[in-house]
Design a protein around this ligand. Structure first.
Ligand code: UT7
Length: 327
């Protein structure tokens, strides 16, 4: 028998969604679209929209508080807070800093991660690395977004796709030779910056762009998402010494039901082994995976010993996957 190794396991999860629901029917009154088109082409029925004055940090704090409660830890036991977000309240102080203050996580380092929709998986990977190296014991990883603040509500190509929300997970040190986090794989492609971007969101001014709105070449992003998410999932499974036959549940980024189906097909996974909640929340960017993870647990879809693959893709381009055996 091999020696027990230091790894990480998830000890708590949480989620936070704004109250307000924006349905496809509501959107059809705002732009030239229909419930039928959105449901069929994307799989979304409604999304949540933050109230005026409800910011990314507020959602992040709620999700984090629930994750912390479930973990049974006290806030002062958290060593690091990582927040994946593209819609921080402001560039600095970071959202993670605002979360630290509210939770009273007085011993935690704080860092926001800019990896668009892949932010949670990048954060989870960093958490695993710090814990595996023996440098930290408990890392709080959050994905949180108020995408409604960066949508052009006159652009039907993008405004129908996104929603607001947050999800969180506590990663804790775990001694095991067989379960907890098994492997990670991260990737990116800086040659594709034009496919999906947020002009006027930093020091560069885009004189030809009307504002600070998500811009996307949907078709091309779709193809890149399917290819890279499938390859990344296979890569992480190979690193863990597993195949897709071993997977109990794929929790993929919720951008389009057709992307999730196509990735599952490439992995030869039956539909019942994918988790899908895009109908309720749309694409909440960095928050889709931790929200889905939380709901999969609530619904009893994850049991001890199950192999879970989380698989993300976003602007950059960025992508990343993590394989875990639930401990
Ligand atoms: O989270 C980051 C990663 N993001 C993604 O992975 C998103 C990837 N892309 C997608 O999910 C899809 O490309 C979209 C949902 C954005 C678009 O779906 P599509 O099947 O690629 O549609 P399309 O852009 O090829 O457009 C098909 C038709 C066009 O009409 P014609 O030219 O066939 O007459 C569009 O004008 O659908 C039309 N269309 C719409 N119709 C009603 C495009 N958007 C809409 C709309 N409502 N909102």
């Amino acid at each position: 028998m091999s020696a027990r190794k230091l790894t990480a396991k998830i000890t708590g999860v949480g989620k936070a969604l704004p109250e307000k629901r924006l349905t496809n029917f509501d959107l059809a009154k705002m732009v030239d679209t229909s419930d039928e088109w959105i449901t069929k082409r994307v799989g979304i029925r409604e999304r949540r929209i933050a109230a005026p004055g409800e910011y990314t940090s507020h959602l992040a704090i709620r999700a984090a508080a629930d994750a912390l409660k479930m973990s049974g830890l006290t806030a002062d036991q958290i060593d690091l807070i990582l927040v994946g977000t593209s819609t921080p309240d402001m560039i600095y102080p970071s959202v993670s800093c605002l979360v630290q203050k509210e939770l009273g996580a007085v011993h935690a380092g704080v860092l926001d991660i800019s990896a668009a929709c892949s932010g949670f998986v990048y954060g989870a990977s960093l958490a695993w690395g710090m814990i595996k190296a023996g440098l930290m014991k408990n890392v709080l990883v959050i994905g949180a977004e108020v995408n409604s603040s960066i949508l052009n509500w006159k652009d039907r190509d993008t405004c129908i796709l996104f929603g607001d929300g947050a999800g969180a997970a506590v990663f804790s040190a775990h001694d095991s030779d067989s379960d907890g986090v098994l492997a990670i794989a991260l990737g990116g492609d800086g040659n594709c910056t034009d496919l999906l971007n947020l002009p006027n969101s930093g020091c560069r001014v885009f004189p030809d762009e009307p504002g600070r709105y998500i811009k996307m070449q949907g078709n091309e992003v779709f193809k890149q998402a399917v290819r890279n998410m499938a390859e990344c999932a296979l890569c992480v499974l190979a690193r863990a010494g597993l195949t897709s036959q071993d997977v109990s549940l794929l929790i993929a980024h919720q951008a389009n039901i057709r992307i999730i189906d196509a990735v599952a097909k490439r992995l030869e996974l039956p539909k019942e082994k994918t988790f899908v909640n895009i109908a309720d929340y749309g694409n909440t960017s960095a928050a889709t995976i931790p929200i889905a993870l939380c709901e999969a647990l609530e619904q009893g879809r994850i049991n001890k010993g199950d192999v879970i693959v989380i698989d993300a893709f976003g602007a950059g381009l960025t992508w990343g996957a993590m394989a875990l055996r639930w401990a």
